[in-house]
Design a protein around this ligand. Structure first.
Ligand code: ADP
Ligand code: MG
Length: 367
């Protein structure tokens, strides 16, 4: 797969700069690959806070974490807890790492059940739920098809219809067993060749879990976790400064041009787009999102789908599902999903088509 630029398809617009000095944290190293970290005192409403900012890299993606806590020790503890959680999830769910739990499940397809952590089991359960809610547009068993198209983009030759049909026959979620077992889960792929791929919700789920871990620390007031195009935030009730997450203009992704901004105090806003990650075969750009109905890269005409939802994993999976479903079916899916709002973009030449759910305006900052 061609991995265009590994940049966020949403850019964050952090809270306005405040007073106070920026300091480096030359203490214990952070548990993941951190590019920069700084702390700054800021007044938010009538509260004196310490803001911590960290840029890092995970899941082949740029990440950013911003926390507001009562003091620097607490801000640092929240950052560490969040980064540890993200690093742990990235490790367990990485299907390209043969040592990951996901790889252990995939390697045993058609054979034995595999005992995995609570973390991996719950991610699979979330994926199953989103498969149900999206009526199959989101399907975490696309792994085999993703591999097929990846291989095709490397060789420059499209997969044969026989190989696509064979991979499509491995998409039945009834063939995925996932049950609680001890403190974790027991997972089995019943048929040889089945491949689980949680890439469609891993970032949203990791962001959500990171926030839950940070909230278990003392003194956290507000937090933003950006993982590529996924922005998930939480703020304590009454927090005076909503987060602003910018949706990128797909016509000018190279410059990270901003199309519009979404304001949130708690919840997730995720953009799935075809402009950063895609397959390329014979000069043709193909979506990295697979339509489970055809076994082929989706041709839905959407250039991006932005979804707001209280739950990070749901927002992420819904955005992926929308890219499969196209405009009308996506608006229907979002319409019947409680708490979901969305902005769908189509492009022809330089003309951008904008379609949105009724409630989107309540989150959008119109310029
Ligand atoms: P990203 O933001 O990383 O590009 P998305 O959330 O848009 O990710 O999901 C794309 C990834 O999801 C693909 O790279 C693949 O691993 C997986 N995927 C592709 N098609 C589907 C699908 N129909 N259902 C679930 N997951 C999918
Ligand atoms: Mg997604």
């Amino acid at each position: 797969m061609r991995q265009g630029l590994l940049l966020a398809s949403i850019v964050w617009v952090a809270g306005t700069a405040g007073c106070g000095s920026s300091q480096d944290t030359a203490q214990k190293p952070y548990p993941t690959d951190v590019a920069s970290a700084s702390f700054q005192q800021q007044q938010v409403g009538d509260r004196a806070t310490m803001r911590g900012d960290v840029d890092f890299v995970t899941m082949s993606t740029e990440g950013r974490l911003v926390v507001y806590a009562d003091d620097q020790t607490q801000a640092d503890a929240a950052i560490r807890a969040a980064l540890e959680r993200v690093a742990d999830i990235a490790k367990k769910l990485n299907r390209y790492d043969p040592a990951s739990e996901l790889s252990a499940i995939n390697a045993a397809a058609g054979n034995q059940a595999v005992d995995v952590s609570d973390t991996t089991g719950r991610a699979i359960e979330a994926a199953r739920q989103m498969w149900r809610d999206s009526r199959g547009a989101f399907n975490p068993l696309v792994g085999r098809l993703v591999a097929l198209w990846k291989q095709a983009s490397e060789s420059g030759v499209e997969p044969t219809s026989e190989s696509i049909d064979e991979a499509r026959s491995l998409l039945d979620m009834a063939d995925l067993e996932c049950e609680r077992s001890g403190t974790g889960y027991r997972v089995r792929l019943q048929r040889t060749g089945m491949q689980l791929d949680l890439g469609g919700l891993a970032k949203g789920w990791a962001a959500q879990e990171a926030i839950a871990a940070a909230r278990r620390q003392k003194g956290l007031r507000s937090i933003l976790v950006m993982l590529g195009g996924d922005g998930t935030v939480w703020s304590e009730p009454g927090w005076a400064r909503p987060w602003t997450v910018a949706v990128q203009d797909p016509r000018d992704s190279a410059n990270r041009a901003i199309l519009t901004k979404i304001e949130l105090t708690d919840g997730s806003v995720v953009t799935s787009g075809n402009y950063y990650r895609y397959f390329e075969i014979g000069g043709r750009r193909l979506s990295h999102i697979i339509d489970p109905r055809t076994g082929r890269p989706t041709e839905s005409m959407l250039v991006s789908a932005t979804v707001i939802h209280p739950d990070g994993a749901a927002a992420d999976a819904l955005a992926t599902a929308c890219m499969v479903l196209g405009r009308d079916d996506s608006l229907a899916l979002l319409g019947r999903t409680k708490g979901a709002e969305g902005l769908l973009l189509t492009a022809s030449g330089d003309d951008l088509g904008r379609y949105e759910t009724d409630g989107l305006a309540g989150y959008e900052i119109r310029r």
